[in-house]
Design a protein around this ligand. Structure first.
Ligand code: ADP
Ligand code: ZN
Length: 222
């Protein structure tokens, strides 16, 4: 029997949050909600929100809290989140975490656990530099760790794989700084609430569905 779980995946850019969240969603049968993907979707659709978000993302900066939180709240209100969800890329500031607490309590929900991927800087750089994403469905690959079956093409939809605009070296450096100064304090925030589960560097390398199943078992979710 699956238990309902409302999880947060926390980690630096390139720590493997997205891949891990996708595998864990498969194990638990819950929705993955990635604020980065929601922004990229808006950018590719050319919406006003997309234009605004892009101006921050291209510089490696965070999109303002109010804009991001409003977008997330809309997503959380959709009925498919009732079976549970994994937030990937939200919250990224203490203020976003406080806004999330409020949103969830309004919906009669709460956070089950926060999974923190502890990954060293060198590893992050290596991962980001090999990262490729699908132009149309946003599926994520790594040229050496999780390569697609056919080079340069998405396994799911056969579209072209590209390097994300914000994965350029200068932007990556800025994103890592923002993570350390602004997002990292969330580790303590959730530790204090006794919600934090840290995945140590040696374990955060593997990311297969089997590993996530084991984690889900450890957390008593399955
Ligand atoms: P990564 O974790 O690899 O940086 P994401 O796809 O999660 O990738 O985020 C890409 C960009 O989208 C961020 O650098 C930021 O500009 C924006 N973004 C995503 N989530 C948030 C958020 N919760 N708050 C503010 N900006 C966000
Ligand atoms: Zn695709």
């Amino acid at each position: 029997m699956m238990k309902k779980a409302n999880l947060i995946m926390l980690g630096a850019p390139g720590s493997g949050k997205g891949t891990r969240a996708a595998a864990l969603c498969e194990v638990l049968g819950v929705e993955q909600i990635s604020t980065g993907d929601l922004f990229r979707h808006n950018i590719s659709e050319g919406t006003e929100l997309g234009k605004l978000a892009k101006s921050y993302m291209d510089k490696g900066e965070l999109v303002p809290d109010d804009v991001t939180a409003a977008m997330l709240e809309d997503r959380l209100k959709q009925p498919d989140t009732k079976k549970g969800f994994i937030l990937d890329g939200f919250p990224r500031t203490i203020r976003q975490a406080e806004m999330l607490d409020k949103m969830l309590s309004d919906l009669g929900e709460k956070i089950t656990a926060v999974i923190y991927l502890d990954v060293p800087d060198e590893e992050i750089i290596r991962r980001i530099s090999g990262r490729r994403i699908c132009k149309s469905c946003q599926a994520s690959y790594h040229v050496s760790f999780t390569p697609p079956m056919h080079e340069g093409r998405c396994d799911k939809c056969d579209s072209e794989l590209v390097i994300r605009d914000d994965d350029k070296p200068e932007t990556v450096k800025k994103r890592l700084e923002v993570f350390k100064s602004t997002t990292f304090p969330l580790v303590k925030y959730y530790e204090d609430k006794h919600l934090l589960v840290t995945i140590p560097p040696e374990l955060s390398k593997a990311g297969a569905v089997a590993d996530m199943r084991e984690l889900a078992r450890k957390l008593n979710l399955i």
